[in-house]
Design a protein around this ligand. Structure first.
Ligand code: NDP
Length: 496
């Protein structure tokens, strides 16, 4: 197939052209088209949801024994691993991340399916302590059709985090990937089918979220939405969900503090702060975008950090050595540039970067260099709003109370990092930081076995973790009468 031919999309077990507008996706490193598609239409949303509902009711997936569902998920993990290199290269083209990073995301997606397969076949339902002449149990049931709405920054890994537990829980899934990065979700759907998932249990609807994501969320047959993306969209989804009394999980934005105490191991702190903000070109919800450094250490630490940041290899995502690829789009780079200009207008100073890179590939793609701003206050806009790019704001602090007040002063509360040799102090500080995840002497490390999610404007609900599967199941209490006599209230005696 040539690039110009539209790719079919997956609607309720059928691969066909979407009914919406034709559009191209682009490689952010060159701006060249990668694939053409016809977006899904509202009719396609209806067909996908109805098909998913039919598959949920009639395919027998929900009734399969957990170990049987798990067997399919293990096969999906194996197929992802078999095609890991093709998937990693596709993801590189889809969103411009360096190949080393897309390989890690593909490996993480395979691990996610494996993990939820294991969680599925080992999930225990409980017999609760009886308080009467009955056996009482707590069990879990599938929900039905689940919508997975995903962003552009980590396709396949984001999709796996929603699709694997949803399928493990016995549900059908309709994925609405980001309009500009639909290719991995489509490929994942093919692998699910190859692994033996009954037809119709997975659909992929590329296209505009304001149209398709909104319609999916409102659809009466959609029983749960799992969303990752911006806070504004998350709140919109939460409003719709409230009207439907529908559970949602919302993984939203962040403005996470990383804190360097006076006694930090500086080699570790420099490496961790750099990785925390500049890996993925800062396009990460958990990016450590606010740096707080003990004032006594501020100048020497910033000198080391700036020198190391200046050495980061920005460039061709296909090059194994590249650490930072381009930003996702021209429009997003302009947004990052506006934030840097705002920071300067607010009285900030550039310690590094802040100017587009020139020459060669930099003229074609949407590259932006590692940028460090300082001289600002935590209350200022660039310190409060998520930039979602390679822009670090650095702030000195004096006392621990002053630090905590600033670090916790944010609408967001997704993650935080602490660098210190004093474990007792780091522990105490970690407990007082308001964030869904706190990393101590490390940053941006993830384990599928550990719950993840945010407080406040960073989201609702948790993904991952062995019990993450329960997010996609309804709890039910069962009482099983054991009394040989009829219930006493009616005065009926046995054998009468
Ligand atoms: P969005 O929240 O707009 O997009 C996330 C997903 O939601 C996409 O699939 C999008 O579709 C879809 N969507 C958009 N509008 C609706 C709607 N009304 N109803 C249902 N679904 C919808 O994020 P953006 O990609 O526009 O990024 C905006 C900002 O959000 C970023 O700059 C960043 O600050 C933050 N963000 C956070 C992420 C995280 O990991 N927490 C990931 C990505 C972004 P479509 O593709 O059409 O936009």
């Amino acid at each position: 197939m040539t690039v110009e031919q539209s790719l079919p999309i997956c609607i309720a077990g059928t691969w066909r052209l979407g009914g919406g507008e034709r559009y191209a996706t682009h490689y952010p490193a060159t701006g060249e088209p990668v694939a053409w598609l016809n977006a899904a239409s509202l009719d396609d949303v209806e067909a996908a949801v109805q098909g998913a509902h039919q598959a949920f009711v009639h395919s027998g997936w929900a009734q399969r024994k957990p170990h049987e569902r798990a067997a399919v998920l293990y096969r999906i993990a194996a197929l992802i691993r078999e095609q890991a290199e093709e998937l990693a290269q596709l993801q590189r083209q889809d969103n411009g991340k360096p190949i080393s990073e897309t390989r890690a995301l593909v490996a993480s997606a395979a691990g996610t399916f494996q993990f939820f397969a294991a969680a599925c076949e080992t999930l225990e339902e409980t017999i609760t302590p009886s308080r009467g002449d009955f056996v009482s149990m707590s069990v879990y049931e599938p929900m039905g059709v689940v919508a997975a709405i995903t962003p552009w920054n980590s396709p396949i890994a984001s999709e796996a985090q929603k699709v694997a537990p949803a399928l493990a829980g016995g549900n059908a899934v309709v994925i609405k990937p980001a309009e500009i990065t639909p290719l991995l979700a489509l490929q994942l759907a093919r692998l699910c089918e190859q692994a033996g998932l009954p037809k119709g249990l997975i659909s992929v609807l590329p296209g505009k979220g304001s149209l398709l994501g909104d319609a999916l969320t409102r659809h009466p047959l959609v029983k749960r939405v799992s969303f990752t993306g911006g806070t504004r969209t998350g709140k919109h989804i939460a409003h719709i969900a409230a009207d439907k009394m529908m559970p949602v999980s919302l993984e939203l934005g962040g403005k996470s503090p990383t804190i360097v105490l006076e006694d930090a191991d500086l080699d570790h702190a420099v490496a961790g702060v750099l990785y925390g903000i500049f890996s993925s070109s800062g396009e990460a919800c958990i990016a450590g975008s606010r740096l707080f450094v003990a004032r006594s250490l501020y100048e020497p630490f910033m000198a080391r950090l700036t020198a190391a940041a200046a050495q980061l290899r920005v460039g061709d995502p296909a090059d194994e050595q590249t650490q930072m690829g381009p930003l996702i789009s021209a429009g997003h780079r302009e947004s990052v540039e506006r934030y840097v200009a705002l920071g300067l207008a607010e009285g900030g100073r550039l310690r590094l970067g802040g100017e587009r890179l020139r020459g060669g590939l930099f003229e074609q793609g949407y590259f932006y260099p590692p940028t460090i701003l300082e001289g600002l206050g935590n209350h200022q806009q660039v310190c409060q709003e998520e930039i979602f790019g390679p822009v670090l704001v650095a702030l000195p602090f004096d006392t621990e109370e002053d630090l905590l007040e600033q670090a916790n002063d944010s609408l967001y509360a997704l993650a935080a990092g602490i660098w210190s040799r004093d474990y007792k102090r780091a522990w105490a500080l970690g407990r007082r930081l308001q964030a869904g995840t706190v990393w101590i002497n490390t940053y941006k490390q993830f384990s599928i076995s550990t719950p993840f999610g945010g407080w406040r404007d960073s989201g609702l609900g948790r993904e991952k973790g062995r019990l993450g599967i329960l997010q996609y199941m309804e709890q039910k209490s069962l009482y099983w009468g054991m009394n040989p006599q009829p219930l006493a209230w009616a005065g009926v005696e046995a054998g009468q």
